[in-house]
Design a protein around this ligand. Sequence first.
Ligand SMILES: [Zn+2]
Length: 374
Amino acid sequence: MDVIRSATTISRVELAELTGLTQPSISNIVRDLIADGVIHETGSADSIRGKPRKLLAINAANRFGIGFQVGAESLTCVAIDLTGGVVGREVVPLTTADLPAQLAERFDDFTDGLDLPRDRVEGLAIVAPTARPGHESAAPEWGVVRADLADHLKIPVLVENDAAAAALGEFWTRRVSREQSFGSVYLSTGIGAGLVFGGALFRGASFDAGELGHSSIRYDGRPCPCGNQGCVERYASMAATVDEARADPALTSRLRLDGTVSSAYDAIARAAVRGDADAFALVDRAAGYLSVAVTSMVNLLDLGRLVLTGPGVAVAGSIYARRLRAHLARTAHARRRHEIVVELSAQPRDAASIGAAALVVQASIAPGHTLGVH
Ligand SMILES: [Zn+2]
């Protein structure tokens, strides 16, 4: 399934070549998948000799995954099909009252509103900055939320960190091949990264992999609540950029920087792309700090492809991408051996919720790749 997903369309012969399975095995697997309705035959490709090869493709609308991103005051709901196409999205207010009950009600309303048959919905994944499959004691108690919801909705419910989910979502919707060493950087109020190796999210020993924000770029730098000093999050996150802007009288006089970190950050980012020299310098400097940390990650893991995503790149993403590409071109260790592709997310604000839904879809059709899922 994962090979068909990344290829878009593929013949049985190519499947056998790419997976190393025998032709009879492929024929059996393909027959079962067609009977299940998850793939179908679509046209033919000319063969050099003999009869034309029938091509196989994923039946996008056969099954769906639902992703919920829990924010401070709102909930983003997304539904995707088997190829990662978004079939529904809505943002609704969230209160602090009984979270499992609110989420259950939203799930029913959202899937009913989209007219998705319940037996085609493969599950729900919930993402939040503090959520991790292995850290279920942190407030809110995600383990309790997950168990309550699974019990009530009678479907699999997963819980995941936003940056990790976003990486899987970008991997899935971009049809990245599982042969690639793929990473994404999630720029938000904090900074996270997600890594996909061999088609699977890399989790580490305790689901803590990808804590890029706490990579130190200066040993005697700004103190960080994590205990370290000089963490890149203290220089390049949305919150750090807003703090710096609020300390600058010239910027505070021109831009609306009161309100939430998100709204203040968007005001800075908009000014930066509009050509405000001070705002541009501020964002470009943050991009420079981020580039130093990301280059270390690229070097450590020998990544070939990287996506910048998250709300922090929704407005001024090109400033971050340009700075990072220039830094990698000059300093990445593997730059003479292979290209390091830096891309910008097409849906940076929804990347985590789309990724959550992609986790559900991957657990459903390529379960061997989904590690650490309950
Ligand atoms: Zn830190």
